[in-house]
Design a protein around this ligand. Structure first.
Ligand SMILES: [Zn+2]
Length: 155
């Protein structure tokens, strides 16, 4: 259906430009015939089908075609036989997110250090003044007892 939107014009420098949309592609060709020679360049862009007729802006030797198609919005710049397509055929690049920066600059070492020092203090809990339990009868003696008061076993 977009055949009716096909464009062709001649730029100020005598370049004949054709823009067409056969199916899923936008084909832009620029050709110039000089006495004794013929030059042509072509650019095929996977634009999808055009959603609206392309708009052409001419600025001296330069022509800019704006195409709105199913794959996004494309700008085709034609100057002489040079064809350049700029388009956002997919997602636009993610914008810079300055708000995310403070998270990554948080000192991670502080978070990791805390549990370690906590474990350390538990490991070094003094045991010297704990009551002595007899291994033979289970009697709980004084810390400095050498023999069990209950059964006389060596502690
Ligand atoms: Zn004992």
């Amino acid at each position: 259906m977009s055949d009716m939107w096909d464009l062709s014009w001649t730029s100020a420098d005598g370049t004949e430009i054709n823009v067409e949309n056969p199916g899923e592609y936008t084909i832009v060709s620029a050709e110039r015939s000089l006495p004794g020679q013929f030059e042509q360049t072509q650019n095929t862009t996977e634009s999808g089908s055009w959603l609206e007729p392309p708009q052409v802006k001419q600025d001296g030797d330069r022509s800019v075609v704006t195409i709105v198609a199913t794959h996004g919005r494309f700008e085709v710049e034609i100057e002489g036989l040079s064809i350049e397509v700029q388009g956002d055929d997919s997602m636009p690049p993610p914008p810079m997110m300055p708000l995310m920066m403070p998270l990554t600059s948080m000192p991670l070492s502080q978070i990791e250090d805390e549990p370690v020092s906590d474990q350390d203090s538990k490991r070094h809990t003094p045991t010297a003044n704990q009551p002595t339990t007899c291994l033979k009868c289970g009697h709980l003696g004084q810390p400095d007892d050498r023999f069990c008061a209950q059964c006389g076993a060596v502690l």
